[in-house]
Design a protein around this ligand. Structure first.
Ligand code: E4P
Length: 214
């Protein structure tokens, strides 16, 4: 499972790129707004920082506008992937963009049916949202597992990005689903490296080393 960062904060991305763990990045209009900068400012910087895909989302909700935005976004850098909402106009846009060789990430996916529609329209990636499904009492990880299983069953090459991840449990559960990618917020990435026994063990090793010098 590849690790993507789910943020538009360039400093945070640079930090985890230095750790060697981040392959790609996903953004959305809310994350761009949170960064305090514009999409035009941050996407080129992020695309230069990571070698893998960087998702930038369209704002239009009708096909022609999405396609126009997507063509501009795709020109920013070779690793920019255009994020398209899972609505009928989005599927039409995905079909056109796919024929042009522009990669797409169909976002706001909450069901198996939506995932299949997006894949059949030609999506490079689909993003089922785990946390938001959990919020309404459904099981987001189960949806990811089901989509991965169905895509494998039918030889569908569209990759699954587990999105809307809120905690370590989500990360560790989706690792067992076989999904190709998890896009993870900074706060959860920071928690992933931590374990109290690592800190305790390291402190003891340092103490024993110092004592051995006496
Ligand atoms: C990523 O593609 C999504 O936009 C993101 O994971 C949504 O996460 P949220 O539900 O925590 O806003």
């Amino acid at each position: 499972m590849k690790i993507f960062m789910d943020t538009a904060n360039v400093e945070e991305i640079a930090k985890f790129v230095d750790w060697g763990v981040v392959y790609g990045v996903t953004t959305n209009p809310s994350l761009i707004a949170k960064s305090g900068r514009t999409q035009a400012e941050v996407i080129p910087e992020i695309a230069a920082l990571v070698s893998g895909p960087v998702s930038a989302e369209v704002i239009s909700t009708e096909c022609a506008g999405m396609v126009e935005e997507a063509r501009k976004l795709a020109k920013i850098a070779g690793n920019v992937v255009v994020k398209i909402p899972c609505i009928p106009e989005g599927l039409k846009a995905v079909k056109i963009l796919s024929a042009e060789g522009i990669k797409t990430n169909v976002t706001l996916v909450f069901s198996m049916s939506q995932a299949l529609m997006a894949a059949r329209a030609g999506a490079t990636y689909v993003s089922p949202f785990i946390g938001r499904l959990d919020d309404i009492g459904e099981n987001g990880v189960q949806l990811v597992e089901n989509i991965v299983k169905a895509f494998k069953l039918y030889g569908i090459e569209t990759e699954v990005i587990a999105a809307s991840i809120r905690n370590l449990e989500h990360v560790e559960k989706v690792m067992l689903t076989g999904c190709q990618i998890a896009t993870i917020p900074t706060k959860v990435l920071e928690q992933m490296i931590k374990h109290p026994l690592t800190d305790k063990g390291l402190a003891q090793f340092m103490l024993d080393y110092q004592n051995s010098l006496k």
